[in-house]
Design a protein around this ligand. Sequence first.
Ligand SMILES: [Zn+2]
Length: 287
Amino acid sequence: MKTKQQPANTATKIMKLEELTWKQIDALNRTSTIVFLPISPLEQHGPHLPVGTDFLTARDTATEAIKLLHGRHPKLSCVLFPVIPLGFCDFNVDFPGSFSVSGKTIRDVVYSIGSQLANHEFRFLVICTYHMALVHLKGIYQAMSKLRSRYGLRVCEPWGPYFHSKAMEEREPKLGFDTAKEVHAGFRETSLMKYQYPYLVDPSYTSLQSVYRDVFSPRVLGKTFKELGLKEGYIGSPARADVDYGRWFFNETVNVYADAAVNLYKGAPIPDLPKHLKTAMKALFWH
Ligand SMILES: [Zn+2]
């Protein structure tokens, strides 16, 4: 009997790791199972966005990427790990609602999870982080390289290399202003939250003045947002937020995750962070 194919979004149930028994986990085909691990901290995001902005985005984009893959590659089994609410964000801890852990903690958490998956012969792990702080990324990238060399685990973190590459700039809708300056809780993230969770965006965002800072300047290194005069906790222009851009940005992330998972599965080369970031990361002492 021919059954009518339902659209992927409604037909599929996401396999959440926490809902499975060990028997169900053990029954997963190791050669076609991809585990998605979202990890992003709770961190202040200006006076207008929830502290879970990165946390929610990492979780939701990973979930949608899995739905997309169900439709495109039904033979793959995708498992969603519960989102780990951790990240390095020392520069924001003088605001309540920011919870920072060290880069070493991030490294140990990612390595512990990855190695235990590998011990049970799982082969593919996609790390979904929406938090781009360098110390945080350093923890993830050190864990990934140890997981590759010790276990041969196929592991990637797709958003960092994409976000920091020219591809993002090239594909982004043209807006007439420099989105690279939208560093934290600015146009990009406010648009994203307006799209995903409009009821969690404080309407006061429309009257927030644009605030810019070069966070890559050596002079700001080790300083907190408040020490840099960023009293409200955002960098960029939240008032410009646009729901259509938010939709584009969200879907772009979903596609980047889904494509990375397929490439990982096929054994294609794994994109790395650009050289200047790798160099900066090496020079960073652990925090
Ligand atoms: Zn953020």
